[in-house]
Design a protein around this ligand. Structure first.
Ligand code: HXC
Length: 510
């Protein structure tokens, strides 16, 4: 009988914790079109796998009568569970408890999750929906953020860290997601900004709404802060599951192989005509990617930002790969500041987590002009070289068409450490395009001489054979063979052993 009473008490305490801020606050959360923290975790994880930790933690604050306002769990739901049978750690801010604000104690819960994840080699997924530092706790709450940022940084490159922004995320609180590998946002429902619209108005006199200032569209298309945008929370949570399918659990593992019925020898004759002979005519490189990869499935990262370079994950012969491709459909596939940042960070992510890299190259060069030069295209462009050279993963490059000047070198050329360099017969590996070269070399020639010079330049330089003669291109292949040729190259480089000299860390241009 005594035990029965004890168990009943335990159940009552459990229910109290699971009610969060109470029925009214839950109703408000649903009316705002948002799920509760527990609903989010249930949706994210395999059914029935969630193990909650620290369910009865309460805050220790006594300012503003806070001792009368203690809710078990204190505004963060945290623990571990599985995605497709693989271990993950997760924490979700509970907006129904004091707006999901961060206290010293719920920060300790988060740090516990981060520490356990690091120790056990499994990713951390953070579901953010919070009013930021708990105002009543002052500096104690701020210190909680410092502890979280510390763990984010220490775990970087060891375990994947993924953030979803599912509500407000303001002030310094933005820096935990920013320190993680990928940020997902929900269209119309999530916001990130260092200072909100009121502060912006007071300081700069700009009138701007929160959506324009830091909504999902802004961060996925303009700032490049967010990597993915989804129409709903469900969609975002499903996308996180999908992303995790391409990733290993930690930096000591390989990403999981997914057997496919897609024939590795499959050829696509349409590829022979996809790339226009005229170097000035654009095409969408995503058509090529989707034709070549397993089951035509490409999981694109940052699809709305710096579209002149395409990055994302796919599988070839079952093995996950990262793909970096210039896209002539936007700005002729040129490399600019944003494209450089986008590509370099992705290359480094793949290298951290042993994901081989495929580079598809069709690039006329770096974007000229004052905006780019004054914005620092030199130091931003240098990030791509740095990232490619530093990366010890298998690196396969395929030159599709233009490979001009410095852009040819930085896009994983042979001498920057690429393992296999392939080219289509349509490749043009040269210092610059024919017209540009003739404008410089034959400045004073008449129209007819210039036309002839362009013709000659094309014949001599606008092809892959000079590079092939020198061994800078390993093999020239037909477009239709792309899938099998890439798989062969990946197979060959699968057991690659390479490491960089020991150092504390390099000094990457930032
Ligand atoms: C304590 C908070 C809170 C906070 C919200 N609440 N933010 N409590 N500390 N930071 C409480 C509210 O008092 C309210 O309690 C409940 O959460 C829900 O908030 P509402 O305002 O009713 O919700 P909504 O209208 O949806 O607005 C959400 C909001 C707004 C936009 C997040 O609450 C807001 O602007 N909060 C303050 C944001 C902020 O400035 N935070 C500090 C950022 S600086 P009741 O009891 O009424 O339901 C920071 C520094 C980090 O975080 C530094 C790291 C290095």
């Amino acid at each position: 009988m005594e035990n029965e009473r004890i168990y009943e008490d335990f159940e009552r305490r459990n229910r109290a914790a699971e009610e969060g801020g109470g029925a009214d606050k839950v109703k408000k959360q649903h009316e705002a079109g948002k799920m509760t923290a527990r609903e989010r975790i249930e949706t994210l994880l395999d059914k029935g796998t969630f193990v909650e930790l620290d369910k009865f933690v309460v805050h220790r604050c006594t300012n503003y009568g806070m001792e009368r306002h203690r809710i078990p769990g204190d505004g963060v739901v945290s623990g571990y569970g599985k995605i497709d049978g693989r271990q993950v750690f997760v924490y979700a801010y509970d907006f129904t408890v004091l707006g999901g604000s961060l206290s010293a104690t719920n920060a300790q819960k988060i740090v516990k999750i981060q520490t356990m994840a690091l120790k056990n080699g499994a990713p951390v997924i953070a579901l953010n929906d919070s009013g930021g530092a708990r105002i009543q706790e002052g500096v104690e709450s701020l210190t909680g953020y410092a502890n979280i940022f510390f763990q984010n940084t220490i775990a970087s490159g060891v375990i994947p860290q993924i953030s979803a922004i599912l509500g407000p995320c303001a002030g310094g609180a933005c820096y935990s997601p920013a320190l993680t590998d990928f940020i997902f946002m929900v269209d119309g429902k999530s916001h990130m900004f260092v200072t909100g619209p009121d502060v912006v108005k007071a300081v700069t006199h700009e009138e701007v709404g929160k959506e324009e200032l830091g909504g999902a569209y802004t961060h996925s298309s303009k700032s490049g802060v967010a990597h993915f945008i989804g129409p709903s929370e469900e969609d975002v949570l499903m996308s996180i599951r999908e992303l995790f399918g391409f990733l290993p659990s930690n930096n000591m593992e390989d990403a999981p192989v997914v057997p496919t019925s897609d024939d590795i020898h499959r050829e696509d004759e349409r590829l022979d005509t996809l790339i226009p002979a005229d170097p000035n005519v654009p095409y969408d490189v995503k058509e090529l990617i989707e034709s070549v990869v397993d089951d035509h499935y490409f999981f694109e990262v940052m699809p709305h930002f710096a579209k002149n370079v395409v990055i994302g994950f796919a599988r070839l012969g079952g093995r996950p790969v990262g793909i970096v491709a210039n896209n002539p459909a936007f700005l002729a596939g040129v490399l600019d500041i944003d494209a450089s940042d986008k590509a370099a960070r992705f290359i480094r992510f793949c290298d951290c987590f042993n994901i081989p890299l495929i580079t598809l190259e069709d690039v006329p060069g770096f974007l000229p002009g004052c905006t780019q030069e004054h914005g620092g295209i030199i130091r931003h462009g240098a990030k791509i070289v740095y990232a490619y050279v530093e990366a010890t993963i298998p690196k396969i490059t395929l030159i599709l068409r233009k490979a001009y000047g410095g852009a040819y070198i930085v896009m994983s050329s042979k001498q920057t450490g690429s393992d296999v360099n392939l080219a289509y017969p349509t490749a043009e590996i040269a210092v610059m395009g024919a017209e540009g070269a003739v404008n410089i070399l034959f400045r004073h020639a008449d129209e007819q001489q210039r036309a002839q010079a362009v013709e000659e330049y094309r014949e001599h330089f606008a092809n892959p054979y000079r590079a092939a003669e020198l061994g800078y291109v390993d093999e020239i292949i037909l477009p239709r063979q792309t899938r099998f040729k890439l798989i062969q190259a990946l197979d060959m480089a699968h057991n690659k052993i390479r490491s960089n000299p020991p150092k504390k860390h390099g000094n990457m241009p930032l």
